[in-house]
Design a protein around this ligand. Structure first.
Ligand code: ZN
Length: 682
């Protein structure tokens, strides 16, 4: 019932969204003729494109045909001098707007973000305030957005990739400026999307399995009392953890696998979800009242034949509402690949398929088999045994970092030394340390960027009363990597609209270059070759896993757009089939398990539409960047060169950074080297 009430809410919003913005018939040809007469034939291309762009977003409330005519005649920058003035004005003004609003937001969240004592209810209100929420609406309303659309070209990803190589920096800056207004989504549609997102997140956040009540065929309890595992994260991590338990591990892993498959195909009895009041044997699928009690909890009370897929449909329908407001990317799939990550879907798919069908898969699988001394089973997709023995005792490391870094100031004071260790000149090292503010974080830590020159990025780090522990230090070094990237990609980039790096995978990869060398900063030795190899094999196996999960997610979204009227049961059947198909092609040869549906288990498929490919892309980019750092033999100047390039399409960024577009080659090469070393017994 709750779910149908939500769908109804979306439908009402949808009707409002379609009726409120009647199209106006606009005199495009007439204005084009007038403007060409005024500015000359050479401007016709720009005039035609600009008028068309404005008309795509112009609604009745923006004015009638006459208003359109007057507005476009007044605001078309038909000569270079006016166009330069407009461009410069906007670069300056948006840097100020973006940068200052970011500062305001940071100040409003200060009490919540920093370790500064009590958080009162009013702090929560301040924390939830988004000062930028209505900026885009305001700029359409005062028509500045239309001025941008009239004068600067919107582009497709295809154009940016094909022609972007030959563009000047100024052309890229103009492209990024226009993209700011590539869609105009009515507030009612954004609200519908927010409602759907909140609802799917809630669905996922309480999808717990009470493991004490998951019993085997003879009624045995394999898991401890009060153990509550969230789908899919905790279930997956339980499989990983159970490699350490030689007696109970294997039967537990087999049982968790069965739980997962019953979630994917939704044969899980609904009363089992988040309910410690019943015992459940996932193999026979029998449910009965709990014979032993460990916890009180209100059961979820899910209804319908396939509630998991009803939640996915809700996300799909909400995302569909945006389609018609996004002329250059009219599906979620397009928005996700072409606008979000800016890597063509075909390119991503080919890369994922290259990983899952790589000759490294059977070789790594054989190595796992020999380490486990048994044939592999499907859950070995989460094999966690490629961990090198820790070279240093963590308690000793804690002692070391606590003594050195009792306060944020102490960490800050040591930063110039860190930077010099990474190969920055003493002057650059001092410049970087002077441009990062270190704050005491309330949570585990984060890096907060800046958006205008003059403002500084912040390093938020966790420091307990007795000083910074090693985990905190490790995170601080990671966040510091983000901060250094943030300084270069703001201060060194020539145009504000190109500030930053193209995507989060790139910034994470750069931060990781610092993080993986944190022990060196404490004066400790680099990890041994074997530890490096184990690390690489672990990364490869993780990438192999997540690539298949991402392929299933992508197929599901295509199926949804191909079957927009499907119900939850049809979607369930489709996802089960897609999961089986991907499994039998790329996983069954290594892991067995005919018709295994495991790849459909990720909760992101429900509440984080098409996010999953990002993880695989992240692994791939991290290996490319690390490989380039090693090839260059120095970090400092190489890091600065990469991070200063600005926000162009990711493939172009990677070509500048590493000499090739985004590719799995570096990951596969590193895996092959690691395997060869390990197979030789190195
Ligand atoms: Zn990070």
């Amino acid at each position: 019932m709750r779910s149908s009430a939500r769908s109804w809410g979306i439908m009402v919003l949808f009707m409002a969204a379609t009726t409120a913005f009647a199209q106006v018939s606009l005199p495009l040809d007439k204005v084009e003729t007038q403007l060409v007469a005024k500015y000359g034939e050479a401007q016709r291309g720009r005039i035609h494109k600009g008028l068309h762009q404005v008309s795509e977003f112009w609604r009745a409330e923006d004015g009638n045909a006459e208003d359109f005519e007057g507005f476009t005649a007044d605001n078309f920058a038909g000569d270079q001098q006016t166009l330069d003035a407009l461009f410069d004005r906007l670069q300056f003004a948006f840097e100020s707007l973006d940068g200052h609003l970011l500062e305001v937001g940071r100040d409003w969240r200060r009490q919540s973000d920093l370790d500064l004592g009590t958080v009162y209810p009013f702090d929560d209100i301040m924390n939830g305030f988004d000062v930028t929420a209505h900026i885009s609406d305001d700029l359409f309303e005062n028509k500045l957005a239309f001025v941008v659309l009239l004068n600067f070209p919107l582009t497709t990803l295809d154009e940016r990739l094909k022609e972007g190589h030959n563009w000047s920096r100024r052309q890229w800056a103009e492209t990024r400026l226009a993209m700011r207004f590539a869609d105009r989504v009515p507030a009612s549609v954004n609200a519908a999307l927010a409602t759907a997102n909140a609802s799917t997140s809630q669905f996922v956040d309480s999808y717990n399995i009470w493991m004490y009540h998951v019993v085997d065929g003879s009624g045995q309890r394999l898991f401890p009392a009060n153990m509550r595992l969230l789908e899919h994260w905790n279930l997956r991590d339980q499989i990983k953890a159970d490699y350490a338990d030689p007696s109970k591990g294997l039967p537990r892993q087999r049982l968790v696998l069965k739980v997962m498959e019953r979630i994917v195909d939704q044969t899980i009895p609904s009363e089992v979800v988040d309910n410690p009041g019943v015992d459940w044997d996932p193999v026979s699928n029998k449910v009965g009242p709990a014979k032993e009690k460990d916890a009180d909890n209100q059961p979820r009370g899910l209804t319908g034949p396939a509630p998991r897929y009803a939640a996915v449909l809700e996300a799909f329908h909400a995302n569909q509402l945006l389609d018609k407001y996004s002329p250059t990317a009219p599906t979620l799939i397009k928005r996700s690949f072409d606008e979000g990550r800016e890597i063509p879907e075909d390119h991503v798919r080919a890369m994922l398929e290259k990983i899952v069908s790589s000759p490294m898969v059977p070789r790594v699988a054989a190595l796992i088999k020999s380490r486990l001394n048994r044939p592999l089973e499907p859950f070995d997709l989460w094999y966690s045994g490629f961990q090198a023995r820790a070279a240093y005792d963590e308690a000793k490391l804690d002692e070391m970092t606590r003594k050195r870094y009792p306060t944020p100031e102490a960490y800050h004071a040591d930063m110039p030394r860190f930077f010099e260790h990474f190969g920055f000149t003493p002057e650059k090292a001092k410049f970087l340390a002077d441009h990062i503010i270190v704050d005491p974080a309330r949570g585990s830590g984060h890096a907060m960027f800046a958006l205008r020159r003059g403002d500084l990025p912040h390093l938020r780090t966790r420091i307990a009363k007795d000083g910074m522990d090693y985990k905190g230090f490790n995170i601080a070094v990671h966040e510091m990597g983000h901060n250094v990237e943030q300084i270069f990609s703001l201060y060194n980039v020539d145009y504000h609209s190109m500030a930053g790096v193209p995507n989060t995978a790139i910034t994470e990869a750069l931060a990781f270059v610092f993080q993986r060398r944190d022990l060196e900063l404490l004066g400790l030795a680099k990890p041994a070759a074997n530890a490096e190899a184990m690390y690489t094999l672990n990364e490869f196996w993780n990438t192999y896993e997540i690539s298949g999960v991402a392929l299933v997610d992508m197929e599901m979204w295509h199926w949804l757009y191909d079957h927009p009227d499907a119900n939850a049961e049809q979607l369930r059947d489709a996802v089960v089939q897609i999961s089986k198909d991907v499994w039998s092609k790329y996983y069954e040869p290594a892991l067995g398990g005919h018709d295994c549906t495991l790849l459909g288990i990720y909760a992101h498929m429900v509440n984080n539409s098409l996010y999953l490919p990002n993880y695989a892309i992240g692994h791939v980019i991290a290996f490319q960047i690390e490989q380039q750092m090693r090839k260059a033999g120095k970090i400092g100047s190489e890091f600065e060169r990469m991070a200063s390039y600005g926000d162009v399409a990711p493939d172009l960024w990677m070509e500048n950074a590493t000499g090739s577009p985004i590719s799995a080659d570096a990951l596969l090469k590193a895996t092959e080297d690691a395997l060869t070393g390990v197979e030789k017994g190195a």
